[in-house]
Design a protein around this ligand. Structure first.
Ligand code: ZN
Length: 302
């Protein structure tokens, strides 16, 4: 299969698959084409009985800046025309208003992320630079996380878009309840060292060693019997689900949709997220922003 927005490699006698987000000039902002390809790549790895571990990486300086709503590629694939992505004409894409948004976000943001979390392979996220908003969703869906020292984590949609986090609301589980509130209400950033301290990432390594360290971890897991590694994954995931993780995702997604509908209602349908006019931080274009260590995206919505 030919991919445009990601790469797919088989390593170590095809026992390890490495998927790499490949829009480094856009800080790996996630356009619809990328998300559809990512799902195809995960499903390809899942269908391949020879693959034992899947690595999810990002090319360039940043792992991922979040969802893309600003690039020319994104506009072309969203708007009606010859370059429109077929994903905008199905799964609720032809419906209207809140119903359209609900179905589209459910399929392409919530359920896809949940499917990747449950992949029948052990997955390892390899992250560096900015991991912002929907970038967190991809990372959190993975079983293990290896972070470079440069990694910085934040969900900025609260302070900049007036949204209560992204569609896959794992924040309380990953940050802890109190830290989740702080980060969402202030737009604050978590460093790699802090992320390790709270258990959100497994290990932190120098940037120059990130690729090799991730591969070493993947190799160690790939050496286990596949039944063992999958049963470990499922045991932990099912324990977390029994504590209410899955139900909390559904509940928070409903609030997320209410949040979009609120902005659509009070803006008279002009926007489905908050803007500076309502007292939120200005979402400056990349390069114009003073806090460039945190800012990371050319997109404008959660
Ligand atoms: Zn949304």
């Amino acid at each position: 299969m030919t991919y445009r927005f990601i790469t797919y490699e088989l390593l170590d006698d095809a026992t390890i698959a490495r998927i790499t987000l490949n829009r480094p000039d856009k800080r790996n902002a996630q356009n619809r084409g990328m998300l559809v390809e990512l799902d195809q790549a995960f499903c390809t790895a899942e269908a391949d009985d020879g693959v034992r571990v899947v690595i999810l990486a990002g090319a360039g300086h940043d792992f991922s800046a979040g969802h893309d709503l600003g690039s020319a590629e994104h506009r072309a694939e969203r708007n009606p025309g010859p370059d429109q992505h077929p994903a905008y004409q199905s799964r609720g894409g032809t419906l209207a208003g809140s119903e359209r948004r609900y179905h589209q976000e459910w399929h392409y943001y919530l359920e896809s992320t949940r499917r990747w979390r449950k992949l029948r392979k052990v997955t390892v996220a390899q992250v560096q630079g900015n991991v912002i908003s929907a970038g967190l969703m991809l990372m959190w869906a993975c079983d293990l996380v290896v972070a470079a020292e440069s990694a910085a984590f934040a969900d900025l949609v609260g302070v900049r878009l007036g949204m209560a986090g992204v569609e896959y609301f794992a924040h309380p589980w990953e940050f802890g309840p109190r830290k989740a509130k702080e980060l969402l209400l202030t737009g604050g950033t978590l460093s790699a060292a802090e992320a390790r301290q709270i258990g959100m990432v497994n290990t932190v390594v120098p940037d120059a060693e990130l690729t090799e360290s991730t591969l070493a971890l993947a190799r160690r897991i790939a050496a286990l019997p596949t039944a063992t590694s999958l049963f470990v994954k499922d045991s932990v995931n099912q324990a977390v689900d029994a504590m209410g993780f899955g139900a909390s995702l559904d509940a928070s997604f409903s609030i997320h949709q209410l949040n979009h509908a609120y902005w659509a209602e009070i803006s008279g349908g002009k926007t489905h997220v908050g803007t500076a006019e309502f007292g939120l931080d200005v979402w400056a274009p990349p390069g114009d922003r003073k806090d460039s260590s945190v800012a990371a995206t050319d997109e404008k919505r959660s």
